[in-house]
Design a protein. Structure first.
Length: 480
């Protein structure tokens, strides 16, 4: 798992290290790593033009020491102090000793820069760029220079990934010790560019439980169910899919398509589209309803294209097996029916549905996704998968890390893709995964399938995403 830690945790780990090391040792390590990435980006350091945007804190110090290292290798380095009188004194002295200078005209040096180092704010920044920094940041972005953010793009909130004002979009972010939540969560993540992690020796002093974790191929491979010699379809799990309506029969087909490729031994479809489902997927067991009379299942997925069938949602939530609720099911559910449950529940809203469940505006969820997913999970006592530009998965117990899906792709923003995800995650629940792991594996495989389907760079449909799921399993298993 890739992990991210909150500022408070990073600061206490740093304090522990600083106490054992000579003064400035950590900053020098950070700056050396930063200078190495800048040199790599420049290709030829000698004769290159570098501008340092320097704020009032240690983030500016990092930029100054890295600038000094580049100046020693022959780069022309200019510092632009944005908090004059509060510029890191030792860092500035090191830059001047190395032949760097303070810029007389920041806009002139920015116009001809090859590389700009953004050291305005790091983990100490709050509330977007300040007015003085905005024209300078815009000039940097408007130049042809590569922009390298120090630790974080300046102007983002480190712990939440929110962007409360203007921020400076980077091409590359060089972060120290460990990722911060803003580097994994939109909207901040989209401003970080490529993220490079510099080891400053922090790992051994960090707590074992991070704020966020983001799975990679081998993590997902370890979660996927594997049939054993004794497996029959019931032991592998039967997933009940309650989806589709006279108005939205397609949702039933897409949810079943996802469920058939999620590792359960059988898919039992319940609803008004039974005929269409069997015609397309003859391996499906079907039942016209109601869910309670459908026969044995190990998990339910309810909601895609369901229309107004409130009773079906209520009945499924009254069952003693894990339940996934999506789409119309989220609109129809009664909060008490969820909080009273003893078996686990997984809710899979997009930002609009999450906003309705929380009683806030959609923009509020989109701008503060981490807070929204945690609040929903706590309020409903359920695992929540919040879909979107960054898909997040939270447990009701706030001490458990929120998982961030790294596989999302804009290609998934296509009609019916959520229906495929519901079926897939429901199937993984029926196969015995916890809601947390089922949601994690489903989001990952779904994103990977979309990437595989869109490999030629052409638009894809949700049916194609479902068809690419076996290739996604294969890909994950091959590496895991
Ligand atoms: N600790 C360590 O050992 C190591 C730390 N390292 C580095 O230190 C960084 C953290 O340094 P930090 O704590 O000095 O805070 P930092 O991010 O530089 O900015 C805070 C300053 O900016 C100001 N300010 C606040 N908001 C602002 C805004 N919106 N716009 C403009 N200004 C704003 C605020 O002052 P204020 O004006 O509010 O009084 C404050 O003085 C970290 O990210 C990493 O790069 C590495 O070297 C590794 C070792
Ligand atoms: K920065």
């Amino acid at each position: 798992m890739r992990t991210a830690y909150r500022v408070e945790t990073v600061r206490s780990a740093e304090a522990e290290l600083i106490a054992r090391l000579p003064e400035d040792a950590l900053m020098r390590r950070a700056a050396a790593g930063l200078a190495a990435v800048c040199a790599e980006l420049l290709g030829r350091v000698y004769g290159s033009r570098v501008v340092l945007l320097v704020g009032a804190g240690a983030n500016g110090g990092d930029a100054l020491y890295a600038g000094a290292a580049l100046a020693r290798r022959g780069a022309g380095v200019h510092a632009v102090p944005l908090a004059p009188g509060r510029t890191h004194p030792a860092g500035l002295a090191a830059l001047i000793r190395a032949g760097g200078r303070v810029a007389e005209d920041p806009f002139a040096v920015l116009a001809s820069a090859d590389l700009v180092v953004d050291g305005i704010t790091g983990i100490g920044g709050r509330g977007g760029l300040r007015p003085d920094a905005i024209p300078v940041a815009r000039a940097a972005r408007g130049s042809n220079a590569v922009i390298v953010a120090v630790d974080l793009p300046s102007g983002v909130e480190a712990d939440s990934g929110e962007v409360l004002g203007e921020a400076l979009r980077a091409d590359v972010t060089v972060t120290f010790g460990v990722h911060k939540p803003a580097l994994l969560i939109d909207p901040a993540r989209a401003l970080a560019g490529t993220v490079r992690l510099v080891d400053i020796g922090l790992e051994p002093v960090l707590p074992s439980v991070p704020e966020l974790e983001s799975p990679q191929h081998h993590d997902v491979a370890a979660l996927l169910p594997e049939p054993s010699g004794e497996s029959d379809k019931y032991r592998r799990g039967v997933v009940g899919v309650v989806a589709g309506s006279a108005r939205y029969p397609g949702a039933a087909l897409l949810a079943v398509a996802g469920a058939l490729r999620g590792g359960a031994g059988a898919v039992r479809y319940v609803g008004h589209a039974a005929e269409a489902v069997v015609a397309r997927f003859p391996e499906t067991l079907v039942h016209a309803g109601p869910p309670a009379k459908a026969g044995r299942v190990q998990a339910w997925a309810v909601g895609p294209g369901l229309g107004e069938d409130r009773d079906a949602v209520r009945e499924v939530l009254a069952s003693g097996v894990p339940v996934l609720v999506d789409a119309d099911g989220l609109r129809l559910l009664d909060a008490g029916d969820v909080t009273r449950r003893t078996a686990p529940t997984l809710l899979t809203p997009h930002a609009g549905e999450a906003a309705a469940l929380l009683g806030v505006a959609r923009e509020e969820v989109e701008s503060a996704r981490l807070a929204a997913v945690r609040e929903l999970a706590a309020r409903y006592g359920a695992t929540v998968l919040l879909k979107g530009s960054t898909t997040l998965i939270a447990e009701p117990d706030g001490r458990i890390p929120v998982r961030v899906d790294p596989m999302g792709t804009p290609w998934l923003a296509t009609a019916g893709s959520g229906d495929v995800l519901s079926g897939l995650a429901g199937s993984l629940l029926a196969a015995g995964l916890s809601p947390y792991d089922a949601a994690t594996a489903a989001a990952y495989l779904h994103g990977l399938a979309a990437r595989i389907a869109a490999a030629e760079g052409v638009p894809i449909t949700s049916s194609e995403v479902a068809r690419a799921l076996p290739a996604a399993w294969h890909d994950v298993r091959a590496v895991g």
